[in-house]
Structures are given as C-alpha cells and as structure tokens.
Write a protein of this length. Structure first.
Lengths: 242, 796
C-alpha cells in the first residue's frame, strides 16, 4: 500500500477539504480543485455532485432488462490494435521507475474516448465499469486525473471487495487472458449500453478489441467512431500520459 | 557570667560591645570558612553541579555587616554570596543542599549557588549579574518605609560593580530618595582577574559616594570589628531615615575566582597572597579576642570551632541525603497559579459605562488601586508633579504625594531595580519607562531579575511589578520612540505581556496587573492615547489570557492587537461590502496567549490572518500560525497569512513610515490573498547571497499632495483670518474651549491672548494671528475642538 501511495502524484488539498472529504467518504481523486495549482478546497468538496448521477430512474430501466434484449438491437465492431508504441513507452517509463500496466492504459483510453465522443456516454458521463472476477468497479474518468492516480485506484480496487454492478455507467470493460484467440461475440452486461472486450495476443504486440453496443442507447455510427477513437488513442499513447 | 560583668573583665578595651556579640562574630566567621572549605571539597569531588565562587578570605565583611541586621532586613548579594547567605542566618544544611541542586535546598534546587534566596531570613539573592542587586536594596528600603517598617536594604557587591551603571544609578537614586539602605563594596582588588587600578583612575571606591551626596567610608574588610563598627553607624543612619551610606571594605579572596580557577593565576603574585593570608580575618580576630580583648582563651575558641565543624558535617550529610528534585515539577513556578488575581476571576456584572479617553481611564484605574493599596509606589521620569510626558499620570502626584508618585532620575536601570526589590518585599510598583524602546536600558532587571525571581526561588518569592510604557508607532516618533517589542518580552518565561486596544481594556488590564503576582509588561499603544471608548463604571478588571472577539465573522479570522485592532476592524468593514465577513480577535495579552479563542474562531472560519505591529522575525504571526498547525490543522482551508511591520527601524519621514506600517488597505488585501489561497509572502529573512533587499530600479517618488488639514480649518468665512486650535503634542488630538477673553466686535492685536483651550495635558493659550476685529466665535466655551480646527475668525 505504501508503494502505491509513494507512486501517486501529490494531490493538493487543503487540510479542511481533506477532512470534509474523509467525513463524506468522497475520493479526493474525484474532486476538482479550484484553488491555486488545482488545490482542492472545502468549497470544492461541498459543491461536489457525484458524476454518475443517473438520468434514468432505476424503475424505468427495469423493464428493459438485458435478458430480454432483442438480438436485433445489438451492434458489434471489432478492431486489431497495434501495441508496439505503447509497449516501448511503458518500458521507457519503467526504466525511470514509473510502472504502469496495459490495464491502466486501457482504462485511461476508454475514459478518453468517452470524453471525446460524448454521444457514447449518456448515462454515466465519462465513467467506466471495470469487470473483475464476479464484480465490477466503476471509475469516474476525470480528465485531469493522472495515470498514476488511476493506477493507484485500480490497484486499490483489486484488493477491496467493492461491487459497483448497480452503479449506472455506459461502458463495461473486460480484459481476457492473453491468447491468440479473437473475441467475436460477447453479451452485454446488465445496465451497460456498451461492452468492450480486449484480448492481447501472446506476443503482446497486438490487442483484439470487440465493442458490443445496444443500439437503443448508442447508435452504430457512434459506437464505431468510439472504437476508432480508442484504437487511435492506444496506438499513439503519448497523449494518454499527459 | 553576666554581660556587665564580662565587660568589666575586658583588658584595655573598655568600649567593646557585649562579649557574646564578639564571640558570635567569631563563630559566624568560622561557620563561613568551614562551610566554604567543605563545599570546595565537594566541588572537587564533582558533587556540586555548575560553578562555585568561594568566599574564603572575606568572611569578616559579611559577618560584620549582617551582625546588625534582623531577619526582616534584607541583603542582596553577588555571585560570591554563600557567606552572605550564612551570615544572614540561612540554614547551612539547606544552603549546602542548594549547592548540590537538591530538593531541600533553600530554593528547591532551582536557584543554586549564584541564586540563593531565603525570604525567612531576609536573603534577597546571591546574583549571577554584576551590580544587579544594588538597586534591589534601594527598593527594599523604600518598600519597608512605605509599609511603616524600619527595615533596611543592604547591598553587597564587588569592586568590579563599582564601575557599572547599576552601581551609579542605584546610589544616586537611593541618595535622593534618602532610601533606608546601606551599600557594602567588598573590594577584593580584582574584577574576576582584572586589577581595579587598571580599570578606574579613582580606585578609592568610598570616595565615589561624594558624587551622590552620601557618606562613604573605607574600612579594613578583614577586621570584623572595624566592619561591625562602620556598619553600626550606617545601619542607625538608614533606620533613622537619614539616608544611605557607602562602605568600602578592603579585603581579599585567598582562593581562585571560582573553584578550578588558579589561586594566583597570571594576575596575582604569591607574595601578595601570602601577605593577605597573614591578615586572615579569623586568625586576626582569634588573636584579638585572646590577647587584646581578653574575653576568651584558646580552648574556648577551639570549642566553638569544634561545634561548627559538627554543624558543617551535618550540613554536608543533609545535602547528600536530600533527594533530587522531581523532573515532573520542572514547569512549576514560572507564573503564579492561577496566573490571574482573584479580583480578575470574579464574574463580571455588566453595568453602567461612560465614555472616557484612554489616558483618563488608565489614570482612574491606577488611582483606584493606589487608594485600595497604600503599598503601591509609582516610579517614573516626570510622572510626579509634571503628570507625565503624555499626561498619563496627571493629578496622581497631587493625590498620592511625592513619596508614592516618585519622580526618578533618568536611570531606568536604577529605578527598575528598585521596583523589583520593592515589589518582592511587600510593596507593589510601577516602573514607568515612558517609551517601550527605553526598556532595553534596563533589560537585565526585567528579564534576568524580575522575570526569573519566582522560578529561581521555587515560587517562594516574586516581583509583582508593572513596567508601564508608551509603545508603538505614532506619526514620525522615529527610530528610538516607536517600537512595541511585545514578542521580545513574551519570549521570556515569567513575564506577562499586555497590549490593550481600548480604554476599557487598558484600565482593566492595569488594575489586574496591580493585583497580579508576577511582573507585567504593560505596552500601551501611544497611537491610542487620544482614543475614546466606553469604560465600565466602578471596579473593572480584565483577566490575563482572555481574548476579546472584536468582531464576529464567518469567512476568515484576523488576529490583531493594540492599534492594529482598529485597522483590522476597518478592513473588515471594507471586506463586508465584498461579501467577506471577517472575525477579528484581539488577544489583549500576548502572554498568556488565548490560543483557544483563536482556534475556536479558525474552526468556524477555516482561514487565518495575523496582523501585528511588531516585526515578523520570530514573531507573533509565525507563533500563532504554527500553533494553529499543531492544534487545528484539519480546519485550515488555506495557508495562514501574516502581516507585520516591515523589517526596518522606524523611519522619521512620514512617507517612509507609512510605507513601513501595516494599514487598513494592506489588511484587506491580505485577507483577499488568504482567501484566494495565496497568503502574502513575507520577506523578512534577508537571505544572504540570493537577492538584494533594495529594489533594482528606484521607483519615482509619487507626487503627493499634503494631507488636507481638518475640514473645519479649511472653510474660512470669506475675508477673515481663521483662529485655530494649534497642533501640538503627538498624543493629544483635541481640546475643550474654556475661555474667550474677547467678544465678537472687539479689537485685537496680533499676539494678544484671545482664548484658552484645555487639553488632557495643558491649557493652551490662543493668540490672535493678526491684528483686527474679532469677527466670529465658532466654538463657544465648552466646545470640544480637534487639533487644527477653527474656533473663530478675525477681520482686518
């Protein structure tokens, strides 16, 4: 845990804001600082509105349960993403002591793509549900949040047992174990309009990505554009680190 | 054998005192010698921590002097003072235990060899500071006289002290006050290792008394009977109210300056030492008793010596067996506990108030306390009949007389030392130093004597005195009359430091100070002397360490004291128009500091700005900000800010002085900066080598019009020459018209007296500015006029 903290970029937070956030169980990472140098102040904590505020009430969602989802509403897009540039960059960063996993970059890239194609993000703004074993963890993708912070949150999520399956968000992300198999069809998860499945090849230089979308929520063109944006972000990864 | 019979037996010395008196002198000298020899061995064994300055060789002086004193007389002493303590009657075992730093020592182990005090026998301290105790004896005598006792103060000091200002100031003050005091110079020829003849062209110290109009006598300090005779006369003189005497006792220490220091060193010869050893006071007196006076034989004296040997052995055993002090008690006895006198702790009934000026309110407070306590003495320069430089003691001399409202020479060290001595012996004193800057002339008495007395004595003594000064900047008072220095005083454990901001608080704190148990530094901002405010009628005490919330607010806490309080309140009003509600906390006393009230305020506002008239370095801003870090870190929503007077001396030119001081606009901007999360960054560190304090390019001086004269002066009726209330004293802002000597229509000549205006300090005569006819009286008798204000006009 200490190692994680040490790697996390220092967030500027006033002591009082830190206390308020602690009392309200708000992750500081989710807050936007209005003070000098982005320092988070008490006012920022007080003004915080959870990003994932649902626009559709749970009651309204209930009838459209995914089990009854008509196959005719499903669209699927696949692409192969080159990882050479990303792997080089990760190796270079590792040599300077900054360790990131592909998983971190994928989360980040998914968040960026949602931010760039806002039509794809209707319910949960720029938030992504990461699929873990039997549960999901939702990350609010704050544009200013550093990759270091994102990684720290992801590692923390791995060790806690939080399940945010019920937290509304548009996209769930599934990372398959590395293999040379290309995913062709995956079911949508309950309450998610899109599901991205990523499978790295055993050489680690390519990733096969499948995006499945409910066209009632996301139209085909938007879903395709979103996947193209994701591919571009990963293949030109420098932008993801700034 | 009866005393009369014993005298009859004397051979050849018919005028000797009682036999027992002589034997007591012998016994006491033996006690001093045996005690010091034993202490010397203990020191060499490493049993006594710290230094030891032994009295060996000088016993006749201490014993001859103290033989005339009762336990209610007091002696002040020197770093070489074990002999004085024993001669005055202190318990040998408890003195030895004090040298050992043990709990049964006469000061509980807090004082030690150079700080031996014992109220029960009238021992006002051996002293680590040369000449510091001389003035104490003056105050002790004056204190006894004021309390109707004939006790006297006796100061022991060395030849080294005779060239110190403390000696000259004390002797002069004692002489002019006819103080019941005796000054004993133990001239052992060397100030540490410096020969007396090499540091003064007048080594006959007794003759220096003539400078102060008091008798001075030189005696053989190794002849106990000669000392006894000289002291007899001096004591009688002092008790009879005829004034002080200087006795120079010529003596010699036959040991090194302190234990471990060579006996001869590079400054004394073996021949000189041998010559003095031949004149050993005990041997000489033994011989006299046997051969000359014939009042005892060798066996009788040997029996005395054997008895004393046993006394000292017991003293050593007592010291060795006494436990060490409990480290848990180290914080005790810095201040009285509780620090506030009972009167200040009583619940305050909110009653009637009336509008009073600052000086009048404080004068009332002092007068009330002086009426209630006849043992209050007020020492000051021009504070007697003249009523003080600021009219701040007006009428007190008339009511309380010259004995209590003591006009002093300009001898801050001398009369402040007297204030320490008097306040520690039953009187209470005010030492009025006029300006805070002048306190440094007597810094040693304040910091090293008054502040430490309670602690050094493990709470058995204290110096409940008030050091009263006008403090702070006021309209070009300049580098030597503008300082406030409260952080300097507050730094010293044992001093209470008050910086009031309203007439009511000034009066209430002064009354509390005059009942407190500790020395109080009362820093009254001169800039507020002309201010007015509501003051409770009747008994009004303000407790130490209780802040006042001068204004409530929710957005930021401003801590300000003294004249900064009003500036902070003005800034708060300006900020309110911007939607910022500032809370202003006036701590009123810097020590004790009511940090709880500040913390409670920060818990509400989450932001803090400290505004202080003193300088920033090691100052109040850093102190309070760090306290908040420690006590309320989680409450801060922005880094605390601090605004201090610029780190320069006080310049004379008004434009420079304005540039130096914190004003309302700077406070308002400081608040905005803290709220924006970027507090003003101070630059008082003068970090060498990185940057220059001087601006790279001098900014052209702004062209500025003179500040407009008060409006009332400006609007002259067409064609007439205005008659105005003249500008005068810095601390006076207005006056009352008490008389018009001319009526409208009267002819007046230039320079002719036409009206009188009374200010707090004086009656100002108003002269006709030109010849002509008095054409208008704008301000009738009874009207209050500001300085510079128009009161009438003259037409040519």
């Amino acid at each position: 845990m200490n190692a994680v903290v040490a790697q996390t970029r220092r967030l500027a937070v006033s002591p009082y804001a830190r206390r308020l956030a602690r009392e309200r169980a708000l992750p500081l990472e989710a807050l936007r600082g209005s003070g000098p140098g982005g320092r988070i102040l008490a006012a920022d904590v007080r003004a915080f509105v959870p990003v994932a505020a649902p626009v559709v009430s749970p009651d309204a969602v209930a009838p459209a349960a995914p089990l009854s989802l008509a196959a005719s509403r499903i669209a699927a897009f696949a692409t192969s993403v080159a990882l050479g540039a990303l792997q080089d960059l990760l190796a270079a960063l590792q040599s300077t002591g900054n360790v990131y996993a592909i998983d971190d970059v994928l989360l980040r890239a998914a968040g960026r793509a949602l931010a760039e194609i806002p039509e794809a993000a209707k319910v949960g703004a720029a938030s992504v549900a990461l699929e873990l074993a039997g549960r999901q963890t939702v990350f609010a993708m704050i544009p200013e949040m550093s990759l270091t912070s994102l990684r720290a949150m992801r590692l923390a999520a791995l060790v806690d047992s939080r399940d945010e399956t019920e937290t509304p968000t548009d996209l769930s992300l599934r990372l398959l174990p590395a293999s040379d198999v290309r995913p062709m069809m995956m079911p949508l998860l309950a309450g998610r309009a899109m599901r991205l499945t990523v499978s790295l090849n055993t050489a680690g230089d390519h990733a096969e990505c499948l995006l499945v979308a409910d066209t009632a929520s996301v139209d085909e063109a938007t879903a395709a554009a979103w996947l193209a944006t994701l591919k571009s972000a990963i293949e030109q990864p420098l932008r993801l680190f700034v | 054998m009866s005393a009369a019979r014993a005298r009859d037996d004397f051979k050849g010395a018919p005028n000797l005192p009682d036999r027992q008196v002589l034997l007591d002198l012998f016994e006491r000298m033996v006690l001093l010698r045996r005690f010091e020899s034993t202490a010397q061995i203990a020191c060499r064994k490493g049993e006594t921590p710290g230094f030891l300055h032994l009295y060996i060789g000088e016993e006749a002086t201490g014993v001859g002097v103290c033989a005339h004193l009762s336990p209610t007389d007091w002696v002040t002493s020197t770093h070489r003072g074990h002999g004085h303590a024993l001669a005055k009657g202190a318990h040998p075992g408890r003195v030895m235990a004090e040298l050992f730093g043990k709990v049964d020592g006469i000061c509980g182990g807090r004082g030690g060899t150079m700080h031996l005090y014992d109220r029960s026998v009238g021992l006002f301290g051996t002293n680590g500071i040369v000449a510091a105790g001389i003035g104490h004896a003056v105050g002790i005598g004056m204190s006894a006289r004021q309390q109707g006792r004939d006790d006297i103060g006796v100061a022991f000091f060395g030849d080294g002290a005779a060239n110190h200002g403390g000696f000259h100031e004390a002797l002069n003050f004692a002489a002019v006050q006819r103080a019941p005091a005796v000054f004993i110079c133990e001239n052992n020829l060397y100030a540490t290792a410096t020969p007396l003849k090499s540091i003064t062209l007048n080594p006959e110290i007794a003759t220096k008394a003539a400078s102060y109009g008091m008798p001075g006598v030189a005696v053989d300090g190794n002849d106990v009977f000669a000392v006894w005779l000289a002291m007899k006369e001096a004591t009688e003189r002092a008790r009879a109210g005829k004034g002080p005497t200087l006795i120079e006792a010529k003596t010699y220490r036959t040991v090194g300056h302190h234990e471990g220091d060579p006996v001869i060193g590079t400054y004394r010869t073996q021949e000189e030492l041998d010559a003095w050893i031949k004149r050993d006071p005990i041997d000489m007196f033994r011989k006299k008793l046997i051969e000359e006076y014939g009042i005892a034989d060798a066996e009788a004296l040997a029996a005395i010596e054997a008895r004393i040997e046993k006394v000292v052995e017991e003293a050593l055993a007592f010291a060795r067996n006494s436990p060490e002090p409990d480290p848990a008690t180290v914080r005790l006895h810095v201040f009285a506990d509780p620090i506030n006198p009972p009167a200040a702790l009583q619940p305050r009934a909110i009653g009637e108030t009336r509008t009073q000026g600052w000086l009048e309110a404080v004068r009332d407070g002092i007068a009330e306390e002086m009426r209630a306590n006849p043992a209050i003495l007020y020492f000051g320069e021009g504070t007697g009949e003249r009523g003080g430089s600021f009219a701040h003691t007006k009428n007190l001399w008339q009511e309380f007389g010259a004995e209590r409202m003591v006009d002093t020479p300009i001898s801050e060290q001398g009369f402040t030392a007297a204030a320490v001595g008097a306040s520690a012996t039953g009187a209470r004193t005010v030492s009025d130093l006029m300006f805070a800057d002048f306190a440094f002339e007597t810094a040693g008495q304040i910091f090293l004597q008054a502040a430490k007395l309670r602690y050094m004595t493990s709470g058995l003594m204290s110096a409940p005195m008030v050091v009263r000064v006008g403090a702070g900047a006021l309209r070009s008072s300049g580098p030597h009359h503008s300082g406030i220095y409260h952080p300097v005083f507050a730094h010293m454990p044992g001093l209470i430091v008050c910086v009031p901001s309203t007439p009511a608080d000034a009066k209430g704190l002064m009354k509390t100070a005059l009942r407190a148990g500790d020395p109080v530094i009362m820093l009254e901002p001169k800039a507020l002397f002309a201010s007015k405010g509501e003051v409770p009628v009747g008994e009004h005490f303000v407790p130490f360490g209780v802040a006042r919330i001068a204004r409530s607010g929710t957005d930021i806490t401003i801590v300000a004291a003294g004249q900064m309080v009003q500036r902070a309140l003005e800034a708060a009003e300006a900020l309110a128009t911007e939607g910022v509600e500032a809370e202003v906390i006036d701590p009123r006393t810097i020590m004790p500091l009511d940090i709880d009230t500040i913390v409670a305020s920060v818990r509400k506002t989450h932001r803090l700005l400290i505004v202080d008239e003193a300088w920033a370095m090691c100052g109040l801003g850093g102190e309070i900000a760090q306290a908040i870090n420690e006590l309320a870190f989680d409450e801060l929503d922005a880094p605390p800010g601090r605004l201090h007077t610029a780190p320069t001396s006080h310049p004379f030119a008004p434009v420079l002085e304005r540039a130096m001081l914190v004003d309302t606009a700077r406070i308002a901007q400081g608040v905005r900066d803290v709220i924006s999360g970027k507090p003003p960054v101070p630059d008082h560190w003068y970090t060498v080598g990185l940057k220059s304090a001087a601006p790279a390019k001098s900014v052209p001086a702004p062209v500025r019009l003179q500040p407009a004269a008060p409006a009332s002066a400006a609007h002259a009726t067409a064609g007439d020459e205005p008659i105005t209330m003249p500008f005068g004293d810095l601390t006076v802002s207005e006056g009352t018209v008490i008389k018009w000597l001319k009526a409208v229509g009267d002819a007046v000549k230039e320079g002719e007296l036409i009206a009188e205006i009374e200010t707090d300090k004086a009656v100002v005569e108003i002269e006709a500015p030109i010849s002509g006819t008095l054409s208008a009286i704008d301000q009738p008798v009874g009207a209050v006029v500001p300085m510079g204000g128009r009161i009438g006009g003259i037409k040519k």
